[in-house]
Ligand binder design. Structure first.
Ligand code: R5P
Length: 413
């Protein structure tokens, strides 16, 4: 497989994952073009031939290696690879899906993108139908797509699933199912080689797999990069404290506190699990306590996901009551379910928080319009991971953000 022309790397975007896939593909184009140019420079020097000649030879060699001469365009110039596979999705009126792969993907390394929390109206059936899809619809359309890709003879199948569906059902008390691992078994049995996800709710989910690999990426660098624009992280002109919004988020927040060299506090909540949280105001949180002191400090909280927003709003309100000067939260997977945006608008007007930093791993047009919301982009990270996996390179430095965060905090000086 030619490193400079990745004709074997293919992207299939399910309807919900199309937007994220397009962003990642934009990064892939930049990355491969950059690599092609760097390689051209080195080869031109090494073999003492002009860059134009190197480009032509490289294109010639790439065409010799591929069976179907699939890359079109001027052979004297860099040719942009076409990663996206032509795919047709049919949504039937009874709610069933059909996926049809319209070009040959036999033997390819296929990345299937799905954003199961994309609840924006999606244009389906060539624009004839507009539909808001549920998590379950998205999971089903993905299963149908995995099957189509597998039947079409793909060599490797990787799911790019920034939100791992049902990740909160990873442990059981009493007679419950383990749905997070159930889905894992389904993917594995369908021949999925690998899953790339973001800030997985619980590491226990990885234990469900025997052969499928999970690459759990972290948005911490992208989040701290935005936080550094809001708070002076080096000179510490304001007192910053990291607060874990609950016991489950302690590891995540300890990571931030260590990286930012700040103290760590924790909120302890009692929930009534006989109730289901309906919305941000009507939650199952019964009592709340703070371990630590946030008085006269800027409180920073990080959570993996925001659903109804109840957990975070309760925490932010409580921190303000406890004397925090400013509250900033970071959410890797901002679902903002139901009327959550409205509730945050109201809370912002009432001064309960300063900013929320969230990633683009969940598609949301509405959120981006609000001054309290800061979007941080993780598509470059995903593109980097995909190229490295495709070219059998190490992922270590992309999975462990500590050094890059340290450099970022120091650079602020
Ligand atoms: C809980 O363990 C999770 O990390 C989130 O804090 C929670 O699921 C968010 O849900 P909601 O926004 O509906 O309170």
């Amino acid at each position: 497989m030619p490193y400079s022309e990745p004709t074997n790397l293919a992207v299939v975007a399910c309807p919900g994952g199309e937007s994220f896939a397009d962003e990642v593909i934009t990064h892939l184009h930049h990355m491969y073009k950059h690599r092609f140019n760097s390689k051209t420079d080195v080869l031109s020097n090494r073999y003492q031939i002009t860059k134009d000649q190197v480009v032509k030879y490289t294109n010639f060699l790439n065409d010799m290696k591929t069976t179907d001469l699939c890359v079109r365009g001027n052979t004297e110039k860099y040719r942009v690879p076409n990663f996206k596979v032509d795919t047709e999705f049919t949504y039937f009126m009874n709610g069933e899906f059909k996926t049809e792969i319209k070009e040959c993907i036999r033997g390819k390394d296929v990345y299937i993108f799905q954003d199961v929390e994309n609840h924006q109206p999606l244009k389906l059936n060539g624009g004839k139908n507009t539909q808001v899809l549920s998590v379950n619809d998205h999971v089903m359309s993905m299963l149908v797509t995995i099957d189509a890709v597998r039947q079409a003879g793909a060599k490797d199948i990787t799911l790019v699933l920034p939100v791992y569906p049902y990740s909160r059902q990873h442990k059981k008390k009493g007679r419950e199912g383990l749905t997070a691992s159930l889905l894992g078994h389904i993917y594995e049995n369908m021949g999925v080689t690998r899953i790339i996800t973001l800030d997985l709710h619980s590491r226990e989910i990885v234990n469900a797999f025997a052969s499928t690999h999970i690459e759990n990426l972290h948005a911490s660098y992208q989040i701290i990069r935005e936080l550094a624009k809001l708070v002076d992280l080096t000179n510490k002109t304001e007192d910053l404290i990291v607060v874990s919004p609950d016991t489950g988020a302690i590891d995540r927040n300890k990571f931030y506190a260590t990286g930012l060299k700040t103290p760590l506090a924790m909120i302890y909540k009692e929930r009534d699990y006989s109730m289901v949280t309906q919305n941000a105001k009507d939650t199952n949180i019964k009592s709340i306590k703070l371990l630590g002191d946030v008085r006269s400090k800027v409180a920073f909280l990080a959570d993996d996901m925001l659903g109804t927003g109840g957990t975070l709003l309760k925490a932010m309100e409580f921190l303000k009551e406890q004397g925090a000067t400013k509250v900033i939260a970071a959410i890797s997977l901002p679902f903002f379910t139901g009327n959550a945006i409205e509730q945050f608008n109201e809370a912002y007007k009432n001064g309960l928080f300063y900013r929320i930093i969230g990633t683009n791993a969940v598609y949301h047009e509405e959120l981006l319009k609000h001054e309290w919301y800061i979007n941080t982009n993780v598509s470059g990270l995903f593109a980097n991971v995909i190229t490295r996996l495709h070219n059998n390179q190490s992922l270590s430095d992309l999975l462990d953000n500590r050094t890059i965060i340290e450099r970022l905090v120091k650079r602020e000086q």
